[in-house]
Design a protein. Sequence first.
Lengths: 282, 478
Amino acid sequence: MKSGWHRDYEPFELAENMEEDLGLFEAATHAHRMDIEPVRVRAVLAATAAGAGCLDFARAAANRLSAEVLTDAAATTAADILASVARSGAGLVVVPGAVGSEVLSGLVTGDGMHASPAVAVVSRSGHTALDAIVLPLFEDKPAARTGLAWACALAAAAGPRGLVSAVELSTPATRQEARRLAGNTSNPDEVRKATVGRAVSAHLGSLVAALQRHALSKGYAVDVSFRPGWPRREILAALSSLARPATVILGRDGLPATQGHGPAFRLALELVEERAEAVLIV
Amino acid sequence: MPTYLLPPLFAAAEVATAAAVEKPFLPMIVLGVIMTLTYVAIAFDWLHKSLAAMLGAIAAVSAALVMGVFKNEAGHSAYDRAVHDIIGHDVGVIGVIVGTSVLVEVAGRSGLFHFLAVKIVKATQGDAVKLLVAIAGATMLFVTFLSIAPGSMIVASLALVVTHELKLDARPYMMAVGLCANSAALMTFASGICTIMLATAGNLPYSHFFFISTPMAFISGAIAIAWIRWCYRGVLVNATSETDRIAQVNAFDEWALVKDRRLFYRSALILGGTILGFASAQRLGIGTDFVAFCGGTAALLFSGIHPDEAIKKVNWSLILFFVGLFVIIGAVQETGLLDWQARQMLELAGGDPITTMLLIAAFVLALSGVLDNIPVAATLIPLVRSLEAQGLDAVPLWWTLVITANLGGNSTPIGSVSSVIALNGLEKERGVKVGWGEFLKVGGGVTIIQGVVVLAYLWMFATFNLFPGAATTAGGAP
């Protein structure tokens, strides 16, 4: 007699919350312990005619990674940079935002893309952007673990000021899983946001657990949030909600490749064009 | 029957009878019909509950004004008496619900309770029977702090996932969630909306819960666990070897579900502070609605969750429903109908307060199984006030309502929000349907045993004058 209206008596969106709870517990029961590989970088290369903010960023990164700083003002194209990296053995290249798009485009199409070191495109801030990291998480894959390792290394070096804001994002696979959870519906509009969140959380439990444990041991803060929209928009929203300079870290095969381009590079390009503070591709 | 009740009871009853005789009969019938129609419309889903309550309120106030139920008084128009005074009388309940809704939303979503839940499961090492006790215990713990819906939802989700992983039959665990949540609603002032309503209406001190309803929460919870254990003895068996299940359970990683460590520390602090506030509200001379508002505001300030996110989780539909319902009941009360009903109840009980209390207990236990306990409580609140006005000591009656309105929901699958959550979750996630027959055997059995124990418990408290504050109230009754 009252089953229809009963649930409305309590002040909660029951179905949404239950999906969220199920996702959390599935994450806990599916997670497997993983160790975070330490990041080892011998040198940080500040390429092109790096400005003050860019050099500041390179020095801070080198300091946090216990590496030395190298500069090469002559390396202004992707090919030049790769050649410079090959000579110097740098593990991280820092380029200013003004030439970031060109460099990234070059790296997307260049032969050495997969062999290239980590690339940071710095648009505005200097070293303070390294205290807060925005870490998009798509799938539990080696690239995501690499991104996680970099985020942990940089945030840990910032100590109590350090923050990793992990943004859980959906992929075609998790959206498919959400449709299955919603009763194999063919209409994506019928799938609740919370159901997609549940599928995503369940997949990313190991990464989140590793991040939280590392943060607990090193004393920096972590917040994890599921964001249901398009990656570029959601990452920018996460950046803006932090209200402090931050670096976005992208694992380079973080998205399934399409049309022969690395999607992480395309995403990085979009973020650079939107003038994100700093974008680091690892 | 305690002799101290006799003189004021009969004297007041005579006065009330004389006063009631003066009340015209037609408004009682008209407004009684409006209230009944509103309840029927809600119960049969003819209208959205808030809309039905608001329409009912408009009809009740209009009828009362036309029939001259409300009189102009110095400084107050008839309309003021009809609406503003009535809502003002119950605004404390609405304040507590709004404040705690925001706080509980933040605390419930902080991950703290989810983290604890996985820790509790790991402590059982996956043993089927220990897990049943752990799930029941977690339900009681979480509902105590988060109230029925959010608390039972967290544990229901946990039970669904863990039983799936351990290849256990989920039914006993989901039944434990559904039935133990109603016991947990007796734990404290803020453990359920129905409890909040009754405790606010009866001005029941927070600390008195520990003497009266908290012990009953443990007793009724233990009854539920034992009965479920017996009913499902054949399926409470592990499917995997001890070594395998221990390894499997130990691999569960509670850190995988933590979203923000800072948030759960802050939530724990704010929740703890609010509970302390509730406990000391009376001593400080402040209302529990003020404490709830402070807790809600602190949650919005320090949780890191965007205020809009938390505020929109307050069920404003419920608030509108309450406003409508309170206006209807207030208007009906003005007609003298509830006083008349109270007198009928007293007559039925032969004027004996303990018999009256036990009659109300049995009535509410039965009614809460088929009707939601919130409208049941909302209607019985003015009835208890009428009984109090007629000289009956109200304190035992408030506690009777608190205990029976919550436990009565155990008897049917639609009797409480926790059972609805547990059974819907079981069907949706695992495709397992618990039918009425199975539920009546388990939940109905629990309710019968709990009902007998509750009646004996209330009888003992009333007979030996164990209700704190009862003697004072009785002595001071008109």
